[in-house]
Design a protein around this ligand. Structure first.
Ligand code: PLP
Length: 392
């Protein structure tokens, strides 16, 4: 018996446990301090009323003989795939319903997709990064090459013809940096992938925060992307589904490598290893894509976006360099006075009882940067920025 030795190569993630430990120490010493957490990546507003109605209705259906549902299609029910197809049509992206696969969230599929790729592929990952891309490839033993995202490239690295790779991760709007690729930027990646016969894994988990029609919500807005890209999306941040769990993955039929259809591979993978998302959750997700659903979730996204503006306006006033905040719930700022990420974390915690996330936790290029999020409560965000303004 051999274990998967690659698991021994995984680096322990101390980021959130260290934050929790420091916060616990602080609150033990300062029991009356009113702590404000602007570090969380989870949503806080409740599900939209149409979603709740749909859940209740679907639960009733499950309780009646005539409408009860057992196993559903592994790839998702047609009603939801078609609702997503129409959602993409509104962005002028034409998809076939059977190019859309319903999942229990983007994280699972971002990891699971690796099943359909060879272990000898080289993977290109930007640094700083959402750690899932790194760890899932370490687990499989693939070679990883990092590409620098930094202040010089505004945290939006472009392809380098000297680097050869097979699988490329792109997240836009980005977690943790909030940076968003323009169509021109994404086109450079698509051209590079087509030239090098690579596949782009495009994470669009935060696409709903994009406010400008000029910026791409989907990689398929770029010509040629269907021949080289798989897109992952999620209702987690779009509609508050972090605890309800639903997302979708798009594998175009045009995506053919070594004569094999990756869409067929993904069907085979999913039908073998996955038994679908609960009917009740898919009904809840369908409600998100109705006209009323879109209106209701927009109100929540606007709330978070206004929080982001409160934070980014404060940074503007203080002359602190940052990315994000405009088309993203994340504000990624340069720590003032050249403080390290963790020194800045301690400084904010000890002086104004505000908690954020040290950039160093997302990769070496995150050192010296800090992530604030807009998923908190309005009053607390305002209060945090007032305290911040007095401190700097
Ligand atoms: N992709 C990115 C960049 C994320 O930040 C997250 C969650 O924070 C996910 C994917 C996971 O989303 P889901 O809740 O759909 O699994």
């Amino acid at each position: 018996m051999n274990i998967n030795q690659n698991y021994l190569k995984l680096e322990d993630s101390y980021l959130f446990s260290t934050i929790a430990k420091k916060v616990a120490e602080f609150t033990a010493k300062n029991p009356h301090a009113s702590l404000i957490k602007l570090g969380i990546g989870d949503v806080t507003l409740p599900l939209a009323p149409v979603v709740i109605e749909a859940i209740k209705h679907a639960a009733d259906e499950m309780g009646k003989q005539e409408t009860f549902k057992g196993y559903g299609p592994e790839q998702g029910y047609a009603f939801l795939r078609e609702a997503i197809q129409k959602y993409y049509m509104r962005k002028n992206v034409e998809l076939m319903a059977d190019e859309i696969f319903i999942s229990d969230g983007a994280k699972s599929d971002l990891g699971n997709i690796l099943d359909i790729f060879g272990l000898d592929n080289t993977v290109l990952i930007p640094d700083p990064v959402y750690p899932v891309y790194v760890d899932t490839n370490v687990m499989a033993g693939r070679k990883i090459v990092f590409i620098d995202a930094n202040r010089q490239n505004e945290f939006l690295p472009l392809p380098d013809d000297n680097i050869k790779c097979d699988i490329i991760y792109i997240c836009s709007p980005n977690n943790p940096t909030g940076a968003v690729y323009s169509k021109d930027g994404l086109k450079k990646w698509v051209d590079y992938a087509l030239k090098n016969n690579s596949v782009i894994l495009f994470d669009a988990a935060y696409e709903c925060f994009i406010k400008s029609k000029e910026l791409p919500n989907s990689i398929y807005e770029i010509d040629g992307a269907k021949n080289c890209a798989i897109e992952f999306c999620s209702l987690s941040k779009t509609a508050g589904f972090t605890g309800t769990r639903c997302g979708y993955t798009i594998v175009p039929k045009q995506l053919v490598k070594q004569g094999a259809s990756l869409n067929k591979f993904w069907v085979r993978r999913q039908t073998t290893k996955f038994n679908g998302v609960p009917y009740i959750v898919q009904k809840a997700a369908e409600a998100v894509f109705t006209e009323k659903g879109q209106e209701q979730i927009k109100a929540n996204i606007t709330y978070y976006s206004e929080n982001a503006k409160i934070i980014s306006d404060t940074m503007d006033r203080k002359g602190i360099w940052y990315t994000g905040g405009k088309h993203s719930p994340y504000i990624w700022l340069k720590c003032p006075n050249n403080m390290s990420s963790w020194d800045f974390f301690d400084y904010l915690l000890n002086n104004i009882a505000v908690v954020g996330t040290p950039g160093a936790g997302f990769g070496k290029n995150g050192e010296g940067y800090f992530r604030l999020t807009s998923f908190g409560n309005r009053e607390k965000t305002l209060e945090a920025m007032e305290r911040f303004s007095k401190l700097f």
